[in-house]
Design a binder for this molecule. Structure first.
Ligand SMILES: Cc1cc2nc3c(=O)[nH]c(=O)nc-3n(C[C@H](O)[C@H](O)[C@H](O)COP(=O)(O)OP(=O)(O)OC[C@H]3O[C@@H](n4cnc5c(N)ncnc54)[C@H](O)[C@@H]3O)c2cc1C
Length: 314
């Protein structure tokens, strides 16, 4: 395939690259090509080119919520992620490209004395991935801050939508399955005190350092399973980690994949681990919770590529 058009449009195209280099689990085989787009114009060029040539593609952001199959995948990967934050402020309104890192955005809002996003401090991945999965922490979620979003459909057409159309719920939005890309987002924040926000951000980062593995040095995708939905209006959502801990998950390991010693809902991949080890371990974890509590855990981490049918049904 001749990628020169995309390279001229500012995309960085690499062929036959292992996807482990693009996910925080650091697992997964190769794809035919990865098209790295840092800003909307490059993204539009990539989506339009691939759609016109009839080439299948999958979108990723920071790769922090993904488990990629060891065999890799057949489709091209479009990666919308940028190391530079692409954000502007107008009063308490923030406009940010979906390629910007979520933690970079959280840091920016704290520096600017804008309250409402500091909860996202330390969550890896991009703003696009966060809106698509309605990322959240400490009872807050990014969807609650959205005023409008610019989306791109599979043919590269842009539209601006209001949050009501995005069907936000716990770790979900319509973007999780619609094939649309979150190009940019407009968020409404509130005036706050920059000093207190900086202190709050530092407190959250410290909490994360104490409770979670550092994905830069310990490959992981964070919580593997979703928390458990309430069964009645009176009940609150319950942490999957609570059930996993009681079911003995912390002692579990398959090959190079093991449950993190400080958090029973987090799998870390040690040297030599495969995506298959991770999936097999997650199956054992879910089996243990099912046996002890008759509760069916649902995966939060998304699978990419071909896994065997037995694994996928776990
Ligand atoms: C150590 C650690 C801690 C974590 N803690 C939290 C936490 O506290 N709360 C939380 O919610 N999550 C947490 N996560 C999970 C993860 O960081 C979030 O789900 C994150 O928002 C995923 O963003 P991403 O860019 O990495 O998406 P990816 O993993 O690249 O992709 C995930 C999905 O989003 C889609 N997507 C990506 N970009 C876009 C876009 N621009 N438009 C539309 N769809 C898109 C992809 O197609 C894919 O389906 C954690 C992960 C790790 C490793």
């Amino acid at each position: 395939m001749d990628w020169s058009v995309l390279r001229e449009a500012g995309c960085d195209v690499r062929e036959r690259v292992p996807l482990r280099d693009y996910t925080t689990f650091r697992l997964g085989g190769a794809c035919p090509a990865i098209v790295n787009c840092r800003e909307p114009a490059a993204l539009a060029a990539a989506v339009r080119f691939l759609s016109a040539s009839g080439r299948k593609y999958q979108l990723i952001g920071g790769g922090s919520n993904l488990l990629v199959a060891d065999a890799g995948l057949d489709s091209v990967i479009v990666r919308y992620a940028s190391e530079t934050r692409r954000v502007t402020r107008s009063g308490s309104i923030i406009d940010v490209d979906g390629s910007t890192g979520l933690d970079d955005l959280a840091a920016f809002t704290a520096e600017q004395g804008l309250d409402g996003l500091v909860f996202a401090s330390g969550i890896p991945g991009t703003v696009g991935g966060a809106v698509a999965g309605n990322a959240g922490a400490f009872g807050n979620q990014i969807g609650d801050r959205l005023v409008s979003a610019t989306l791109m459909d599979a043919a590269g057409r842009l539209s601006e939508v209001k949050p009501g159309t995005l069907e936000f719920s716990y770790r979900h939005s319509r973007l999780s399955g619609s094939g649309e890309v979150l190009v940019s987002a407009r968020l409404q924040l509130e005036p706050g005190n920059a000093d207190s926000l900086r202190v709050e951000r530092e407190r959250i980062l410290q909490l994360r350092r104490e409770r979670h593995p550092d994905w830069r040095t310990q490959p992981t995708a964070g919580s593997f399973f979703r928390n458990i939905e309430p069964t009645s209006a009176a009940e609150r959502r319950q942490a999957a980690g609570w059930f996993l801990e009681r079911a003995g998950a912390k002692a579990m390991r398959v090959g190079g994949a093991r449950v993190y010693e400080k958090h029973a809902n987090i799998i870390v991949a040690d040297a030599g681990a495969t995506a298959r080890d991770v999936l097999e371990l997650s199956r054992l974890m879910a089996d243990a919770v099912r046996r002890m509590f008759s509760i069916e855990l649902a995966r939060e981490v998304r699978l990419l590529g071909e896994f065997r049918a037995r694994d996928e049904s776990s």
